[in-house]
Design a protein around this ligand. Structure first.
Ligand SMILES: Cc1cc2nc3c(=O)[nH]c(=O)nc-3n(C[C@H](O)[C@H](O)[C@H](O)COP(=O)(O)OP(=O)(O)OC[C@H]3O[C@@H](n4cnc5c(N)ncnc54)[C@H](O)[C@@H]3O)c2cc1C
Length: 475
C-alpha cells in the first residue's frame, strides 16, 4: 500500500487526505493548529465546542463530513499541534526512487519545551499550507488597535473576541465582507467597509463571460448573504476608498479615509476622519511558500507554486493544493485537494473535478483583476511610516538605503536596513519591502522574502536535539 503525507489540514489538506485514502493509500495528515479546518473553518478549540459553529460558518456540514472521515479511519493518522519546521530534500533517495522529501515536525503546544520530534516521509507528499493575509502599510498602522483583517477574524471566529467597540474594515477583495460579518457577530459595531478598487476595475474583473461564473454561483450567493447581513445592520460599503492613516495617543482613536484614483493613489481633498477604536485591514493574500521553496518546487512569475493538471509540482512525488497555487477561495482549495490526493495515491482524478478546477481557476483570475493591489498605494506613505513593524524600519530609511547603495538585491537591502529580519521573518512586510525597494526576486530562487529555511521559530534546545536520532521515521 502506498503512503501519502499531507501537510496542512485546511480545506485543501482535508480533501487531499480523504481522496488519497479513497484511492487506497495510507495517509498521515498534520497541522500546526490545535484543530482541523484551516482558515476557512476556524472554530473554537475542541475543549470548548459550540453548537453555534454551524450558523457561523458556510459549508460547516462539509467540514464535519471531512473531519468525521479523517478522524474515523484507521488508515489516516491525524496529527494536530504538529509544526513542520523544516523540509529536507533527499536527492540521492529520490534518484533511487525513494521518498521525495522528508518533513521535520515538532509535536506539542506551540513553543512548549520538550515537544516530540519526528521526521516524516512518505511515497508522495501533498503540500497544503495555505496563505496569510497581506496588509499594506499606512501612517499609524503600527498603533495598537490596528489589526490585519485575518487576525481580527481569527479572534472573532476562533475565540469569540471582539477587537473593539467601533471598527472599520478596509482593503481589497471579497474577504472584507465575511470579516465584517465576523466582527459584528462578535459584538463590534462596524461603521464602514472600504474597498480600494473602484467600480470600473471591479466590472473589468467580474463582468466578462458571466456564464463562466455559473459553476461557482453559490459563492455569489454567499457574498449576497454577507451583503444582506450588512444592509440589515446599515453597514455602509464604499468603493474606491481606503484607510490612509490611523491616529491616536498610544492607540487608535481615529482613521483618515480618502477616495482613491484607479491606481489607488489618494485624491487630495477627499479625506474624511472617523472615530474608531479598531481598524481591520487586508489587501489580499500571500501564499505560504517556505515549505514548497525548501522542497525545491518551481515558483511561477506570479509567486504561486507551479503545478500541472494533476497538481504535481516540479519535484517528483510532491503535489500542491489550495492557496499556495492561487487565491481562488474554498472551492478551489477543495477541488485541488481532491485531485492532488487522488493523484498522489496513484488514482485518477474524476472528470467533474477537472472541470470544476477550470471554473475555480477562472474565479481566481477575476479576483486578481478586480481587487489586485495597484501601484499608487505607495503615495499614501510618508518618510516616517513604519514598513517593517518587527524591526521598526521606516519607509524613508528603506528608500535612502536603496538609493545610497544602488542595490536591488533583497538580501543586501535587508542586511543594511534590517527590514524583514524580525520575528515574523518578513511574512508581514516582505512583499512590501520588495516593491518599495525595487528588489526583483523573480531573478533569483534564493533572494526572495518567501525563503525561510526554518519554517517556524524553534527553540535552540530542539535544534540541538537534532544531533540525536529523532523518533519515528516514516508516515
Ligand atoms: C486569515 C484568513 C481568513 C480567511 N477568511 C475567509 C472567509 O471568511 N471567507 C472565505 O470565503 N475565505 C476566507 N479565507 C480564504 C479561505 O480560508 C481559503 O480559501 C481556504 O481556507 C484555503 O484553504 P487551504 O487549505 O489552501 O489553506 P488554509 O485553510 O489556510 O489551511 C492551511 C493549513 O496549513 C497549516 N499549516 C501551514 N503551514 C504549516 C506548517 N509549516 N506546519 C503544519 N501546518 C501548517 C495551517 O495551520 C492551516 O491550518 C481566509 C483566508 C485567510 C488566510
Amino acid at each position: 500500500m502506498s503512503s501519502v503525507l499531507v501537510i496542512g489540514a485546511g480545506p485543501a489538506g482535508l480533501a487531499a487526505a480523504v481522496a488519497a485514502r479513497d484511492a487506497g493509500a495510507r495517509v498521515t495528515l498534520l497541522d500546526s493548529g490545535d484543530g482541523l479546518g484551516g482558515q476557512y473553518w476556524r472554530h473554537l478549540p475542541p475543549q470548548r465546542p459550540s453548537r453555534r459553529e454551524a450558523r457561523l460558518h458556510h459549508g460547516w456540514s462539509a467540514f464535519e463530513r471531512l473531519q468525521g472521515r479523517v478522524r474515523g479511519d484507521d488508515g489516516i493518522e491525524v496529527l494536530t499541534e504538529a509544526q513542520v519546521w523544516a523540509i529536507e530534500t533527499a536527492a540521492a533517495a529520490r534518484s533511487a526512487g525513494g521518498p521525495a522529501i522528508a518533513a521535520r515536525v515538532l509535536i506539542g503546544p506551540s513553543d512548549a519545551a520538550g515537544r516530540e520530534s519526528r521526521r516524516l516521509t512518505a511515497d508522495a507528499v501533498v503540500l497544503a499550507p495555505g496563505a496569510h493575509d497581506r496588509t499594506l502599510p499606512f501612517p499609524g498602522w503600527h498603533l495598537p488597535g490596528v489589526f490585519s483583517a485575518g487576525a481580527a477574524q481569527a479572534l472573532a471566529k476562533g475565540e469569540r473576541i471582539a477587537v473593539g467597540r467601533k471598527a472599520v474594515v478596509a482593503g481589497a477583495g471579497p474577504f472584507l465582507l465575511p470579516v465584517a460579518q465576523s466582527l459584528t457577530s462578535a459584538g463590534t459595531d462596524v461603521i464602514g467597509v472600504y474597498e480600494a478598487s473602484r467600480l470600473p476595475t471591479l466590472a473589468r474583473g467580474w463582468l466578462p463571460h458571466p456564464q463562466r461564473l455559473l459553476r461557482t454561483a453559490h459563492k455569489g450567493l454567499e457574498l449576497a448573504g454577507y451583503a444582506a447581513h450588512h444592509l440589515a445592520r446599515r453597514v455602509p460599503y464604499r468603493l474606491g476608498r481606503a484607510v490612509v492613516e490611523a491616529r491616536g495617543d498610544g492607540r487608535v482613536e481615529e482613521v483618515v479615509t480618502a477616495r482613491l484614483d484607479a491606481d489607488w493613489a489618494p485624491i487630495p481633498g477627499t479625506e474624511r476622519t472617523v472615530a474608531v477604536d479598531a481598524v481591520c485591514v487586508s489587501h489580499g493574500f500571500t501564499p505560504r511558500l517556505e515549505l514548497p521553496i525548501a522542497a525545491g518546487c518551481a515558483i511561477g512569475p506570479d509567486r504561486f507554486v507551479l503545478v500541472d493538471a494533476d497538481q504535481r509540482t516540479s519535484v517528483g512525488g510532491v503535489y500542491a493544493a489550495g492557496e499556495i497555487t492561487g487565491i481562488g477561495g474554498v472551492d478551489a482549495a477543495l477541488v485541488e485537494g481532491r485531485i492532488a490526493g487522488r493523484r498522489a495515491a496513484g488514482g485518477e482524478a474524476p472528470r467533474a473535478d477537472l472541470r470544476l478546477r477550470r471554473a475555480t481557476t477562472d474565479l481566481a483570475r477575476r479576483i486578481e483583476t478586480a481587487h489586485g493591489i495597484r501601484s499608487g498605494w505607495t503615495s499614501w506613505l510618508r518618510g516616517d511610516t513604519v514598513v517593517c513593524r518587527c524591526e521598526e524600519v521606516p519607509y524613508g530609511r528603506l528608500r535612502a538605503a536603496a538609493a545610497a547603495t544602488e542595490q536591488t538585491a533583497l538580501r543586501s537591502l535587508k542586511l543594511t536596513t534590517r527590514a524583514g529580519l524580525g520575528i515574523c521573518q518578513a511574512r508581514m512586510c516582505g512583499r512590501t519591502v520588495e516593491e518599495l525597494t525595487g528588489a526583483d526576486p523573480s531573478r533569483s530562487a534564493t533572494d526572495t522574502s518567501d525563503r525561510r529555511p526554518l519554517a517556524a521559530p524553534i527553540r535552540l534546545g530542539d535544534l540541538a536535539e537534532l544531533a540525536t536520532p529523532p523518533n519515528g521515521d516514516s508516515a
